[in-house]
Design a protein around this ligand. Structure first.
Ligand code: C5P
Length: 239
């Protein structure tokens, strides 16, 4: 059975590339992430394609604007029937609450299951050096946990965070909370522009519920083989 804890990032910009990767990965992967690059290039065509293939979709547009704008944008996006969608937690409590209210209300009107709503705490690409230039007196780990608690208080389903913060977020927010972690790199693969990274097994045993993996699969010589190796490593850690 497909392990839906693995979400493969489709960071490409044409339907040909999407078809190639999804066909290549076949039944091994059941959950895909569509981010800005692909959604701004292909729009709802890609969502329809993935849903027709029976795949789950995480629409990763990281909305960050005033509450009214985010809520209205999410109403529109709810019509796409995706399974997960996100905002930036730094948009504020009111924004997150309005965002949740909007997707609940719109999904109810449409008679569909609402997408899970998760919020980005601190991007996993931000290094300690980068962080201390922006917020010299603030501890990154403490702040990530603080943000996660606010996300939970706003009623959202979970967070997108670095796997390095998963353990403390799990302790602070309890069991019933999604922790989606990009910045996952199997040992021996390129780090690229990520900073706060761990291996798939460490991310899961730290409390992550979903792993987002892009380049280690997409750029591999044999993407199916790379995905299967990650799935094998994940299989050794129970959910
Ligand atoms: O290629 P790679 O595995 O680094 O891809 C990670 C994906 O996760 C990218 O699509 C990126 O936009 C996304 N992401 C991230 N950090 C976050 C949220 C999302 O890297 N905090």
């Amino acid at each position: 059975m497909t392990d839906e804890r693995l979400i493969v990032a489709l960071d490409v910009h044409s339907m040909d590339e999407v078809h190639n990767l999804v066909e290549t990965l076949g039944d091994s992967v059941g959950f895909y992430k569509v981010g800005m690059e692909l959604f701004y290039s292909m729009g709802d065509e890609v969502i329809k394609y993935l849903k027709d293939k029976g795949k789950k979709v995480f629409l990763d547009l990281k909305l960050h604007d005033i509450p009214n704008t985010v809520a209205n944008a999410l109403r529109v996006l709810t019509h796409l029937g995706v399974d997960m969608i996100n905002v930036h937690a730094t948009g504020g409590m009111v924004m997150m609450e309005k965002a949740l209210e909007a997707i609940k209300d719109e999904a109810e009107k449409l008679g569909i299951e609402r997408p899970k709503l998760v919020a980005v705490t601190i991007l996993s690409s931000i290094s300690l050096k980068d962080w201390s230039r922006m917020w010299p007196d603030m501890d990154l780990d403490d702040q990530a946990v603080h943000m996660a608690k606010l996300v939970q208080e706003a009623g959202l389903d979970g967070v997108v965070s670095s796997p390095m913060e998963a353990e403390t977020i799990r302790q602070a927010c309890g069991e019933d909370f999604l922790i989606v972690t990009p910045g996952v790199r199997p040992a021996g693969t390129a780090i690229n522009d990520q900073s706060r990274i761990t291996t798939p097994a460490i991310a899961l045993s730290s409390g992550a519920t979903h792993l987002v993996v892009g380049r280690p699969i997409r750029s591999a010589l044999n993407p199916k083989h790379a995905a299967e190796n990650i799935l094998k490593e994940m299989g050794s850690v129970k959910s």
